[in-house]
Design a protein around this ligand. Structure first.
Ligand code: FES
Length: 126
């Protein structure tokens, strides 16, 4: 994808966010934020048998953070908790395009980091 195609892809996710909105029956609800700008996000995960059955998110943030959250939500439905934890930030940066996301890392990774934090909450404590 060239730069314009990446921009169009990001804008499409921003304007038509996938899995947008809370889940009433979420297994875990996780808030995240970017202290640098005050933007916030909440992810709702419904887990069945160690797998993400459904995801919802809502938030108030910049185009990059909200588009990336939509991409994360779309990507993680059906994935196991282990797969979420193993997902490298590179996956999101490649989706957004490094030229665009490289200087906006905190925005780009807000959704991924919040989802990973949600999964960490589900780990049994020993
Ligand atoms: Fe706040 Fe991007 S400027 S998350």
């Amino acid at each position: 994808m060239d730069r314009q195609a990446k921009i169009d892809f990001i804008l499409d996710h921003y304007e038509n966010p996938r899995h947008h909105g809370p889940l009433a029956d979420a297994t875990v609800v996780q808030k995240g934020g970017n202290p640098g700008c005050g933007d916030v996000i909440t992810f709702y995960l419904k887990i069945t048998d160690g797998r993400i059955n459904d995801i919802g998110f809502e938030g108030d943030g910049c185009t990059i953070s909200m588009a990336a959250a939509s991409m994360v939500a779309e990507m993680f439905v059906g994935k196991t908790l282990a797969e979420v934890e193993a997902t490298s930030p590179d996956v999101i940066l490649d989706l957004l395009g490094r030229e665009i996301a490289g200087t906006r890392l905190k925005c780009a990774l807000l959704g991924l980091n919040t989802t990973k934090e949600a999964v960490r909450q589900l780990r049994p404590t020993t």
